[in-house]
Design a protein around this ligand. Structure first.
Ligand code: ADP
Ligand code: MG
Length: 186
């Protein structure tokens, strides 16, 4: 199966997920992520803002803010992502492709220690290889910021046995699902 076919097949399953099951899995992933952040003394989280059937990040973002962990979320500017710190999910409005993005007078993420980036994706394998959405946004960002620790978030059924990465694909340090956590801090 090609990367495009595999992406399409898994996204179809993700879109068709039962809402009750999805919400339960989102809760389990949220708990796993927050526990991980606390256990590893993470002080800054860079998180995508969930869109359509992606693993929900609202609970994670609110949970981080409640714990005093700084949160930066992306905004697409001229086909490149920039991350901005937010104090609440209320300050997000629909932007690129209908994805909620931060607006207003914001502070841009400028790199800091103990940062974990939560990365969305279509398909992952247990070694951290990732198939995104075919536009390479995260591969391009991560190629420019090689010191960021990354965690791909997905549901268990999005895990494939093996993904053959392309030369520009940046693998994740961790992959977190409702059932497991694969990999570890670098
Ligand atoms: P995704 O990871 O979103 O599934 P791909 O890995 O297929 O997408 O990448 C999409 C496109 O982005 C590719 O055509 C690739 O050439 C481009 N790309 C990825 N990483 C880089 C990079 N570091 N510099 C320039 N272009 C890149
Ligand atoms: Mg890629």
């Amino acid at each position: 199966m090609t990367k495009t076919e595999l992406r399409k097949q898994i996204l179809k399953l993700r879109d068709a997920q039962d809402p009750v099951r999805k919400s339960r899995a989102d809760g389990a992933i949220c708990k796993r992520v927050l526990d991980y952040l606390i256990d590893n003394h993470i002080s800054t989280v860079m998180s995508y803002v969930s869109f359509r059937s992606e693993v929900d990040t609202c609970g994670i973002i609110e949970g981080c803010l409640g714990l005093g962990i700084r949160v930066a979320v992306p905004r697409v500017e001229d086909t490149y992502m920039h991350f901005y710190y937010i104090c609440s999910t209320d300050s997000l409005i629909k932007g690129y492709m209908g994805i909620y993005e931060p607006v207003g007078d914001l502070v841009r993420w400028h790199g800091s220690e103990h940062t974990l980036m939560l990365v969305p994706g279509s398909v992952f394998d247990r070694r951290g290889n990732r198939i995104g959405f075919g536009r390479g946004y995260y591969d391009r960002f991560l190629a420019d910021h090689t010191d960021i620790t990354t965690a791909g978030l997905c549901y268990g059924f999005q895990i494939a046995d093996e993904i053959q990465p392309e030369e520009w694909d940046v693998p994740m340090n961790l992959v977190i699902t409702e059932e497991s956590i694969y990999g570890g801090l670098r």
